[in-house]
Design a protein around this ligand. Structure first.
Ligand code: NAD
Ligand code: UGA
Length: 471
């Protein structure tokens, strides 16, 4: 047997790019990505590739090559489930906002709905692949749901195949991953299912990079990978605060520490704080799981990674407020960058949201420029954060009246007294900083939350500057 038909449920940042790469490497396999968000599917099918709902370098080229050949985007979920031999579950797994585990545990409603949906309509045997990031032992729950709704005596095999791509580099990460992880059952049918998925990946990934484990190790490894990556950022960010007190320079410290091959240099870039849809939610999930097994010390250890991250964003905001408080002329600040990192239009959990919240609540006017994030998305992000903090409609309206969003960076910085760099977009390095300086209120300040710009050059132009971890 070999796989001829794949269905992927969830056309988001993972489902879209992952299946696009699968389609380009497996022209003989029909791949249908389904989603219950009709607007999103419409955008995936739009003729103008600029309208794709996910921005990723290199993605639109692959979509152009594969779409409507062996890659299809559809809202006909039941049909796609029935046609397929293998189903990837690639739906969102956000932090729960109510009920048991509120604020910590992963909300598995979307995954459970997929399992119910499959169980109710599937008429032939299926391999179900967990692509979403899930708490350890979720496969058990999925199996229970599938079997409780199994009308046609279908046999299911469940694999865990977590995704390690990072946004902004998703296509390269998918084409040349450090490893592919497949977790499965040790039974004959389990081994057979693992082999079928292995055979797909082997078409473009060296065999030795595809590792297989039991399901629980695979599910847990994904959470642990994200926790370790985030931990490194919090570690260097905690040191950045110490650098500012001691005249050490965090960039120099990171270089010196990272050159030890046992430590390595990746993920030691000090910043305004990590964002993105996953680090925070996956660590919270790890904390919740550890607590639920009574492992208090383990849970506390990982929780501190998030505490340091919040501290870092807040600390950056406080530095700006110190300047504002000492200069009554300054009440406007320009934030450059809304995406949680460069090369993506994703702003989930971006530090810019929390920085803006802090500044708006302090009565300031905030001007925003980002090359990829839309105005409606920025307003939505802020509204959501104010609603979560239980602000009433009048307060929300008042704060939102103080935010303006620009398509042009020179307009966004015109007559501001302070600029905060929040995302490390390459284009910020190439701006005409002399022109920006001329049009700003003096003294003109730059707070570089990414240590992106050239501090010396800016100072030569007349700017006053604050760089993370640099006294
Ligand atoms: P996303 O929100 O971009 O996409 C999820 C999609 O699933 C949405 O379009 C939603 O409409 C759809 N959906 C939800 N329930 C559905 C249902 N019952 N039927 C059909 N469609 C449904 O999320 P994402 O960023 O792609 O993340 C998906 C999963 O992958 C998460 O578990 C995440 O932790 C994990 N992950 C994400 C990344 C990343 O870079 N974003 C990387 C690795 C892993
Ligand atoms: C991260 C992981 O890197 C992926 O392996 C994982 O698959 C993914 O989460 C996920 O599960 O969602 P992503 O969040 O897309 O990927 O992007 P990263 O490059 O990890 O950056 C996360 C955040 O950390 C960004 O805000 C980034 O600016 C920040 N960061 C990153 C730093 O502040 N310093 C660094 O040294 C690296």
């Amino acid at each position: 047997m070999r796989i001829k038909n794949i269905c992927c449920i969830g056309a988001g940042y993972v489902g879209g790019p992952t299946m696009a790469v699968f389609a380009s490497k497996c022209p003989d396999i029909k791949i249908t990505i389904v989603d219950n968000n009709h607007e999103k599917i419409k955008l995936w099918n739009s003729n103008n590739l600029k309208n794709l709902p996910v921005y990723e370098p290199g993605l639109s080229k692959i979509i152009k090559q594969t779409r409507n050949k062996n890659l299809f985007f559809s809202t006909e979920i039941d049909n796609a489930i029935n046609e397929s031999d293998m189903i990837f579950i690639s739906v969102n797994t956000p932090t729960k906002t109510d009920g048991k585990g509120k604020g910590l545990a992963a909300d598995l409603t979307f995954v459970e709905n997929c399992a119910k949906n499959i169980g109710e309509v599937a008429k032939s045997n299926k391999i179900i692949v967990e692509k979403s990031t899930l708490p350890v032992r979720t496969a058990e729950k999925i199996k229970e749901i599938l079997n409780s709704t199994n009308k046609f005596n279908v046999k299911y095999e469940i694999l865990s195949n977590p995704e390690f791509l990072a946004e902004g580099t998703a296509i390269d990460d998918l084409l040349y991953p450090d490893r592919v992880l497949i977790g499965g059952d040790n039974s004959d049918s389990g081994k057979k299912a693992i082999k079928l998925l292995q055979e797909i990946y082997q078409r473009w990934i060296p065999k030795e990079k595809i590792i297989t484990t039991n399901v629980w190790s695979s599910e847990l490894s994904k959470l642990v990978s994200n926790a370790f990556l985030a931990q490194r950022i919090s570690s260097i960010n905690s040191i950045s605060a110490l650098c500012e007190k001691t005249e050490a320079n965090v960039e120099e410290v990171a270089l010196a520490v990272g050159m030890d091959s046992r430590i390595g240099s990746s993920f030691l870039k000090s910043s305004i704080g990590f964002g993105g849809s996953c680090f925070k939610k996956d660590i919270l999930n790890l904390v919740y799981i550890s607590r639920s097994y009574g492992l208090t010390e383990v849970a506390d250890y990982w929780e501190n990674v998030i505490k340091i991250n919040n501290y870092q964003t807040n600390r950056f905001g406080n530095k700006i407020l110190q300047i504002i408080n000492s200069d009554s002329e300054k009440n406007e600040i320009s934030i450059l960058g809304w995406a949680f990192k460069k090369d993506t239009n994703d702003s989930r959990e971006s530090a810019s949201i929390y920085l803006s919240e802090q500044l708006l609540k302090s009565g300031l006017k905030v001007k925003v420029y980002d090359p990829k994030v839309s105005k409606s998305r920025i307003i939505h992000d802020l509204k959501t954060v104010f609603q979560i903090k239980k602000l009433n409609n009048n307060q929300i309206k008042k704060y939102l009246a103080n935010i303006s969003i620009y398509k042009n960076v020179y307009e966004a910085t015109y007559e501001s007294g302070i600029i905060a760099i929040s995302t490390e977009w390459e284009e910020f390095k190439k701006l005409d900083w002399s022109r920006i300086y001329t049009n700003m209120k003096k003294p003109a300040w730059i707070f570089d939350g990414r240590n992106l710009l050239n501090n010396l050059e800016l100072k030569k132009l007349g700017f006053k500057t604050f760089f993370i971890g640099q006294a």
